[in-house]
Design a protein around this ligand. Structure first.
Ligand code: AMP
Length: 280
């Protein structure tokens, strides 16, 4: 695996590969890699001749400074894991490679997507996500961009970014990888103590409860039941919501047809976990 630390050298390398007809897949991450990240690398490897992974803990997407400070960093293990799975290129930039002196960014018009769920509870988060991914896509110029369904709303935001900025890349959304007990893999899981780790499975249990009990008609009671269930285990719940899976419009009444997704964001002490499940 080749490791690039500067944007200019990576761009030159990818440019040369693309000129020679090589297809390029890109997996942006914030490191502390787990099998969920690796599943994206593996999918990119099956669909592209060159797979580029980036590790950059992007300060501009953290609305909570403490969350940024505590974000796990395991760079040596990450490099070994990427080598083991045959990732071709790792981009490991310092902050001033992504945001060079004089960098400015005009706000992205994300419309409705920025007003609900993660947008509502993490003000500025998606602007930061768009800033970093916009920069990374300019540097890497991949034919395909690999994202995890685990961050459902982020996938929608980034699909919109690609469209708005007319970036020539296909967005590929990969399924959520889970631990055997259902907990969605996440870098933040390493911050849970043993008791919290056990409790964390209740998020997937709650998503499954909604999936099992969803039926045509009003959804208010089911949402409340799910929220109460989760809170009963000590979670501080930001939201348990059901939305149209195609545009994230919150849904209170189901026509029995529309494709729905249930989404949860909840804290166990100071660790904020998110997950979602397609319902039908
Ligand atoms: P992160 O390092 O958390 O920014 O995640 C980098 C990419 O990996 C994002 O596209 C995530 O959606 C994706 N990802 C994170 N966790 C999982 C998971 N459990 N399964 C599949 N993809 C994931």
């Amino acid at each position: 695996m080749i490791i690039f630390k500067t944007a200019a050298t990576l761009t030159a390398f990818v440019n040369k590969a693309k000129t020679a007809g090589t297809t390029v897949g890109f997996v942006p991450t914030m490191g502390a890699l787990h099998n969920g990240h690796i599943s994206l690398i593996r999918q990119s490897k099956t669909e592209n001749e060159l797979t580029v992974c980036s590790i950059f803990v992007n300060p501009t997407q953290f609305n909570n400074p403490d969350d940024f400070k505590k974000y796990p960093i395991t760079i040596e293990t990450d490099i070994n894991l990427l080598e083991q799975w045959g990732c071709d290129v790792l981009f490991l930039p310092a902050a001033d490679e992504i945001y060079p002196p004089g960098y400015t960014s005009t706000p992205y018009d994300l419309g409705y997507l920025e007003t609900v769920l993660e947008g509502e509870y993490r003000p500025g988060h998606f602007q930061g996500v768009c800033q970093v991914v916009d920069r990374l896509l300019t540097i890497v110029m991949p034919g395909r961009l690999y994202l995890g369904q685990k961050d459902f709303q982020q996938c929608m935001v980034l699909a919109k970014l690609v469209e708005m900025m007319k970036i020539d890349t296909s967005v590929i959304i990969c399924p959520t990888l889970r631990e055997t007990d259902g907990l969605a893999m996440s870098s933040r899981n390493t911050r849970l103590n043993d008791d919290e780790r056990k409790l964390a499975t209740k998020i997937y249990e709650t998503l499954s409860l909604v999936k099992n009990e969803i039926k045509k008609g009003p959804l208010k009671e089911l949402k409340e039941k799910a929220g109460t269930y989760l809170s009963s285990f000590g979670f501080k719940t930001d939201y348990v919501e059901i939305a149209d899976a195609s545009n994230l419009t919150l849904t209170d009444n189901w026509d029995g047809e529309k494709k729905l997704v249930v989404l949860i964001a909840a804290y166990l002490h100071d660790v904020r976990l998110i997950d979602n499940l397609i319902l039908n």
